[in-house]
Design a protein around this ligand. Structure first.
Ligand code: HEC
Ligand code: HEC
Ligand code: HEC
Ligand code: HEC
Ligand code: HEC
Length: 180
């Protein structure tokens, strides 16, 4: 088992104990949240957010599930082909995109922001509360490949939840809000 895998396994064993343990952990988590964000993995196609933002395509056009569900999701290859059957069709990278589309294969995008399976996160309540994409993901419209801009650990989540209106803080810092 890899180092990270071993850490994950021991966390899962610790979690019930820790959930009973309480608030000291919250403070510890905030103090420990100093690791830096990881760099982006290689993607199957050099996709540029910047190019598409300059063409004024909205985030939600390609990640529409963010508004209504837990996951923002990735655009299907059909969505890409919707434009690229006619836009920039002679370019090499677009021919690669159309190759996936013609074979009916999804493009195997590599995940960047990924919570451990013992954490519950949903986009929906955040967008409903008016927290913008850039608050958590940075200025993606200026990036080529998306990359993580903050280390999304427990201290990061709690730092923001503790700043919410007083009446909501108890609910938003309840261990079971994020560990179901
Ligand atoms: C034309 C479609 C398109 C548009 C518009 C678009 N994206 Fe993306 N997005 C993608 C694709 C394709 C990927 C996977 C490649 C990559 O990671 O760069 C991706 C990846 C991401 C990721 C990383 C996903 C992960 O695995 O964690 C984030 C975050 C993201 N986009 C946010 C945004 C935001 C914010 C906007 C608006 C500023 C936006 N996207 C606009 C297509 C799009
Ligand atoms: C409160 C912080 C926050 C906000 C606001 C936010 N995201 Fe995310 N996003 C995350 C986290 C955390 C993950 C990892 C989720 C997981 O693995 O369960 C993520 C994952 C993603 C992914 C990867 C696929 C997925 O859903 O797991 C995409 C794409 C993405 N976000 C796009 C967006 C877009 C577009 C917006 C704005 C419409 C947005 N996000 C707003 C925190 C946020
Ligand atoms: C709403 C229309 C639209 C959608 C949807 C769209 N694109 Fe694009 N794409 C564009 C435009 C416009 C350009 C800029 C073309 C130019 O440079 O003339 C572009 C450029 C590109 C380029 C750069 C081409 C080059 O080599 O110069 C790549 C690669 C690309 N898109 C991939 C994708 C992928 C992958 C998807 C699906 C995740 C996607 N696009 C979805 C409109 C779109
Ligand atoms: C930039 C601020 C911010 C960050 C960062 C943030 N959140 Fe939130 N979160 C909010 C706001 C605002 C709400 C909605 C508040 C409300 O409903 O009163 C919310 C709501 C939630 C809810 C729904 C709670 C409920 O029961 O109503 C969950 C679950 C959640 N967040 C998990 C997370 C996790 C996990 C992370 C870290 C990966 C995270 N959040 C990071 C601001 C943030
Ligand atoms: C707002 C969301 C949120 C709340 C509330 C929350 N956690 Fe977490 N917790 C997380 C996230 C996200 C991680 C994953 C951190 C990572 O992968 O680096 C995590 C990780 C953990 C871990 C694993 C330790 C590690 O290595 O990071 C334990 C144990 C834990 N939480 C216990 C608790 C306890 C006990 C409470 C209540 C006092 C609590 N959590 C409240 C989001 C939350």
């Amino acid at each position: 088992m890899s180092g990270a895998g071993r850490r994950r396994a021991s966390i899962r064993l610790m979690l019930p104990l820790a959930l009973a343990g309480g608030a000291v952990l919250v403070v510890a988590a905030i103090l420990l949240s100093q690791r830096t964000a990881e760099s982006a993995p290689a993607q199957p196609i050099a996709f540029s957010h910047r190019t598409h933002a300059e063409a004024e395509i909205q985030c939600l056009f390609c990640h529409p599930n963010a508004l209504r569900s837990d996951v923002a999701g990735m655009p299907s290859v059909e969505r890409c082909a919707g434009c690229h059957r006619t836009i920039a069709t002679t370019r090499r990278r677009i021919q690669t995109v159309l190759g996936y589309w013609e074979r009916g294969e999804p493009i195997p995008w590599q995940p960047i922001n990924k919570m451990a399976d013992f954490v519950f996160f949903s986009h929906q309540p955040h967008l409903a509360a008016g927290v913008g994409c850039e608050t958590c993901h940075g200025d993606v419209g200026k990036m080529n490949a998306a990359r993580q801009v903050v280390n999304m650990d427990m201290g990061w989540c709690l730092n923001c939840h503790l700043k919410q209106p007083e009446t909501a803080v108890a609910r938003l810092t309840d261990c079971l809000a994020c560990h179901k």
